[in-house]
Design a protein around this ligand. Structure first.
Ligand SMILES: NC(=O)c1ccc[n+]([C@@H]2O[C@H](COP(=O)([O-])OP(=O)(O)OC[C@H]3O[C@@H](n4cnc5c(N)ncnc54)[C@H](OP(=O)(O)O)[C@@H]3O)[C@@H](O)[C@H]2O)c1
Length: 220
């Protein structure tokens, strides 16, 4: 059975990713900052691991526990909305969670993914990271954090291609979660079902693309 590693899996899109892949028979390693409080995740057939992606001690301990386990699909889902609060602390924390952590995790997990059969890495980014698509302004913090992760992961796609690893940057849609709010356009089941199809079609031939959950290409 293939193995999925998904971060931020205690709620929202991450929880639904864990749910759908586990239901499909995958072995799922699902991370949460506080597994004791992750009731819905603990009810799934997953191995739940503690991970705060912004805390290097937590990251190091998690990687140590993971060891050389093969990971067919790494999905970096954990993220924060950044808020509208333009303080240095908020902005830097958002960059840490949304941009720096996904890139450093991808680098650290490269051997685990390269040793697997499917060899795929996905970051859940956002259309709001598209500079070409920005005709509304606002959201400096969130937009810049997702543009930064796209830039880093584009290099990761190019740099890891020789290792046989295929990489995608996926916009999940505007999704009904704590982050997306109740008025969002789609539910988590629709978003994740769409992204799973895109991930199924991910290969070295289309590595490094920025796509939405329905497969549509998004301009950088
Ligand atoms: N919802 C949307 O409309 C939408 C649109 C575009 C992109 N996205 C992206 O989709 C991804 C998932 O979003 P969502 O809507 O499911 O959001 P959510 O419901 O707010 O869930 C966010 C998840 O990230 C985790 N997380 C936050 N900071 C973390 C940290 N330092 N270390 C580890 N985990 C951390 C949270 O854990 P805690 O419970 O411990 O806080 C939670 O599990 C994010 O990357 C987001 O930017 C969402």
């Amino acid at each position: 059975m293939p193995t999925l590693l998904v971060t931020g899996a205690n709620r929202g899109i991450g929880l639904e990713l864990a749910r759908q892949y586990a239901a499909d028979g995958w072995e799922v390693v699902a991370t949460a900052r506080e597994p004791d409080k992750a009731d819905e995740l603990n009810d799934l057939d997953c191995k739940v691991e503690t991970l705060d992606v912004a805390d290097q001690t937590s990251v190091d301990a998690f990687l140590e526990r993971l060891g050389d386990r093969k990971i067919d699909l790494f999905i970096n889902n954990a993220g924060v909305g950044g808020g509208l609060d333009l303080t240095r602390e908020t902005w830097l924390h958002t960059l840490e969670v949304n941009s720096v952590a996904p890139a450093l995790l991808a680098r650290a997990l490269k051997p685990n993914v390269a040793a697997s059969d499917r060899k795929k890495m996905v970051v859940i980014t956002s259309r709001m990271g598209s500079i070409a698509d920005n005709d509304g302004g606002g959201f400096w913090v969130y937009r810049s954090s997702k543009a930064a992760v796209n830039a880093a992961w584009k290099s990761i796609a190019l740099d890891f291609k020789g290792d046989g690893i295929a990489v995608a940057m996926l916009h999940p849609g505007w999704v009904q979660t704590d982050m997306g709010g109740p008025n969002a356009q789609i539910d988590t089941a629709t978003s994740v079902a769409g992204m799973r199809k895109v991930i199924d079609g991910l290969s070295l031939d289309n590595t490094g693309e920025f796509r939405a959950y329905d497969g549509a290409a998004i301009d950088w």
